[in-house]
Write a protein that binds this ligand. Sequence first.
Ligand code: ADE
Ligand code: ZN
Length: 320
Amino acid sequence: MHLHLDCSLSFAVVQQINPLVDYETYQRSFVGPVKCTGLADFLARTTHGIGLMQTKAELRLVTLDLFQQLKADNVIYAEIRFAPLLHLQKGLTSETVVQTVNEATSEGMATTGVEAGIILCTLRHFEEAQSMETVRLVEQFRGTNVVGFDIASDEAGFPVDQHVKAFDFAKEHALNITAHAGEARGAESVWETLRRFHPTRIGHGVRSMEDPRLMEYLKKAGIHLEVCPTSNVQTNVVDRIENHPADKIYRSGVSMSISTDARTISNTCLAHEYHAMQEMFGWEKADFFKCNLEAVEHAFISEQKKATLRETIMAAYQSK
Ligand code: ADE
Ligand code: ZN
C-alpha cells in the first residue's frame, strides 16, 4: 500500500542507467544507513535515485525494475507512489512523466502478473501551484493506472496551508486521498491532516498512539494506517524495531497494514517486514491475513478488483 518508486532503485537498474556506479558507490549513495538522524536526513538521501529518473527511458526502466522486485517478493498488489514534479530536470513535462510511468506500469503488470496502481504525490515544501498541478494530473489520468493523491516529504518542516486547495480539489472530484502524517510529528499533525486533507488512509500515522482519542477516532472513522516499521526505525521515529507501535496499533483495532515505504533506501522488502513482525511480536498467519484483507478493503481500486484480490489471498492462506 505504501511504496515510493524513487526510493526503490535496485543496484541492477542503477547500473543499467549509469554503468559507472559500482556496488560500493551504490551502497553508499543509494542505500541509507540503518539509522538517520531524522526524516529530513533520510529525505536528503533520495536525490541520487531521483537524479537517475529524468528521461522517459530511465523512468520506464526504474518502474519495470520495481515490478521485478515486487514479483520476487511475492507481492500481488502494490500502490506505487512518486512525485511527478521531481522528474522535470531534463525538460520532460509533468504530464509526460505520468504518462511514461503509467505505460511502464501497464507493461510491468503484463510481464510480471503483479497488479498495481499509481499514487501521485505532492510534497510538503511545494507551493500551492505545484500541489494543484499534481492533483490535476490525478484527475487527468483518472481511469488509467493512476488511482490516488498523496502528500509526502518533511512533515515537521512545512505547514499544511499551501496544500489545502489541492486536497479540496481532490475531495470535490472524488479522488482517492492518502497523506503522510504522524511520522515526524505527533498526533496533532494527524488530526490536522485529517481535518484539512480528508484522507481515507494515513501514510505511517504511527504516532497516533500518543493520543487515545485519536485512536478511537481512527477506528470509528475507518481510517487505515499504512505502517512501515523499518522505515520508522531508519527515520528515527522509533528507536528500535522491538519498540515499534505496530503491534499495539493492530491490537487496538485500528485498520492497518504493513508496507516497505522506501524499499532500497531502507534495504528492505515485504518479506523482511513480515518477518520482523513475526519475530518481534509473534505475529501469526491470522494476523497477516487480517492486515492483507484490511489493505484490500482500503485499496484505491474497484469492488470487482477487491473481490479478485480477496479470492487470491484466501486461497493462498488456505493452501499453506
Ligand atoms: N518520501 C519518501 N519516504 C518518505 C517518508 N518516510 N516520509 C515522508 N516522505 C517520504
Ligand atoms: Zn512514504
